[in-house]
Each structure stands twice: as structure tokens, then as C-alpha cells.
Design a protein around this ligand. Structure first.
Ligand SMILES: Nc1ncnc2c1ncn2[C@@H]1O[C@H](COP(=O)(O)OP(=O)(O)OP(=O)(O)O)[C@@H](O)[C@H]1O
Ligand SMILES: [Mg+2]
Length: 244
């Protein structure tokens, strides 16, 4: 199963991706989390800490600088640029580097191609996409199961999310599910549902516990497992699993 988490910058993609990946792993799925962001910080939200997250980035930078060997295959990439995260999630940083070698499995192929190469029966791959439309637009030759579009109830976030959803629907590359993040009241919910008619919209409340975990550099799932926002993301993961 392949899941991409997409949306506008700052909408909550990384937070969502992390809770999703760990919940899927807790349900017994072999789970690979791919950090596709050029500012990779999924490690922090997954709970490996700031130092380990920084280390993964430095390995990737070393490849870019020519100080570190390139990975030979996509699986080698997961081994070399990856780390074990809580609940058995494997995290790998696959963000773009400045001087990619075309065709190289570790730097010369795109995240959406990697998603395809790393998917196999019995494994769930969850990818934290770079903000915006770019990666999603290139999904057309690389169909996936679910594109989770994370939006906040603001005009700009909804517009960005609408464009992502439209692109996925136009090419038919996967099912779109909308995570309506940081919901404060019914009006917020109505605003999101109006922006995405006919699409599955899952509300996630605005939750200070999530922001607090972020401030401390720890995983929301560890810091506040019963906070309403975290619970909603856990339920979303369960929903994706049961409806696949
Ligand atoms: N439901 C929520 N309630 C409160 N705060 C939230 C919620 N979801 C996310 N946040 C906070 O919003 C900020 C952005 O979240 P996150 O880093 O997950 O977004 P992102 O889409 O990955 O951002 P970027 O585009 O920069 O990668 C973080 O400080 C996070 O703690
Ligand atoms: Mg992010």
C-alpha cells in the first residue's frame, strides 16, 4: 500500500504522516516512512529526536558533497539513509539533493518513482511530500493508493489543497482523502466540506498538545497519545487501513 501526504506548506503534513506511519506499524503493518521534503524533519515527529534527525540529513548532504557513497539500489537507500523509528517504522530521507546523478537510485530518481520501487506486498509506504503541487503532478505514471491532502481551514490552504486534489482526480492516480486539520468549530468543517464536494473529509481538531510536542521536539503520539488531535489522526490511519 502506498500513501502520499500532500498539501500546502505548514498545513500539518509531517505531523499527520508521523502519526499515520506509527499507527499503521502498531496495527502490524511493515511500515516505511519516506521523508521527501528538502527540509526533512519527519524524524522529529516520529520521535527519533533532533540529533538522529540531523544525522540522517548530514548523511544525505555528504552524498551531495561527494563524501559519501551513493546507494546502489532503492533498498540500499532505505538501509543507508534510513533509521529505525518507534513502533518498528523504518524512516528514510529521500529528499532531493543539489547535484543528482541522473538515474541513480539514491538521488537521480524522484520520490514518486521511489514510492513505486519500494512498494511490495505486505509493506505500507507513507511518503511526506514536499509542500505544493510539484510531486503530486508527477504522480501520473506512478499510481498510488491514497493521496491524503492535508488542509487548514484558511482560504490559501484550501485553494492549494483543492489544486492537489484536482490534479490527482484528473489523472486518476489514486484515491483522495482530505484531512481537515486544525478545525476549531463547525464553521471550519463546513468551509472544508464546501471546498471538497464529494470527497471524503476527515476532521482533525486544532490541538495545543500537538504544537506543544513540536516545541519540545518529541512525537505527538508519545507526548499526548490521548489528545483529541492525536486521536483523530490515529482514527484516520485506522480508517485508511480498513477501507483499503
Ligand atoms: N491539529 C493541530 N493542532 C495544532 N497544531 C498543529 C496541528 N497540526 C499541526 N500543527 C502544528 O502546525 C505546525 C506545522 O505542522 P507540520 O510541520 O506537520 O506541517 P507541514 O505541512 O509538514 O509543514 P512544511 O510544509 O513546512 O513541511 C507545527 O508546528 C505543528 O505542531
Ligand atoms: Mg513537513
Amino acid at each position: 500500500m502506498k500513501i502520499a501526504v500532500a498539501g500546502k506548506g505548514g498545513s500539518g503534513k509531517t505531523t499527520t504522516c508521523a502519526v499515520l506511519a506509527r499507527t499503521l506499524a502498531r496495527s502490524g503493518q511493515t511500515t516505511l516512512a519516506l521523508d521527501c521534503d528538502s527540509n526533512p524533519n519527519l524524524g522529529i515527529s516520529l520521535g527519533i529526536g533532533e540529533d538522529a534527525t540531523e544525522h540522517l540529513i548530514s548523511v544525505r548532504d555528504a552524498v551531495d558533497a561527494g563524501d559519501e557513497e551513493h546507494a546502489l539500489t532503492a533498498d540500499d537507500l532505505v538501509e543507508r539513509f534510513g533509521v529505525d523509528a518507534p513502533d518498528g517504522v523504518r524512516l528514510a530521507v529521500v529528499s532531493a539533493i543539489q547535484n543528482p546523478e541522473p538515474g541513480c537510485p539514491c538521488c537521480g530518481i524522484s520520490p514518486e518513482q521511489l514510492l513505486g520501487q519500494l512498494a511490495r506486498p505486505g509493506r505500507v509506504v507513507v511518503a511526506d511530500f514536499e509542500a505544493g503541487l510539484g510531486t503530486v503532478m508527477r504522480l501520473d505514471a506512478n499510481p498510488i493508493d491514497v493521496v491524503l491532502v492535508v488542509v487548514e481551514p484558511t482560504a490559501k490552504s484550501l485553494e492549494a489543497g483543492r489544486r492537489v486534489a484536482e490534479s490527482v482526480q484528473k489523472t486518476g492516480v489514486g484515491r483522495v482523502v482530505v484531512a481537515a486539520n486544525r478545525m476549531r468549530d463547525d464553521e471550519d468543517g463546513a468551509r472544508v466540506r464546501t471546498a471538497f464536494p464529494g470527497l471524503e473529509v476527515v476532521p482533525v481538531p486544532d490541538d495545543p498538545a500537538i504544537m506543544d510536542a513540536e516545541r519540545r521536539g518529541v512525537a505527538p503520539l508519545d507526548a499526548a497519545p490521548n489528545a483529541p488531535g492525536v486521536r483523530a489522526l490515529v482514527d484516520l490511519a485506522d480508517q485508511l487501513l480498513s477501507r483499503r
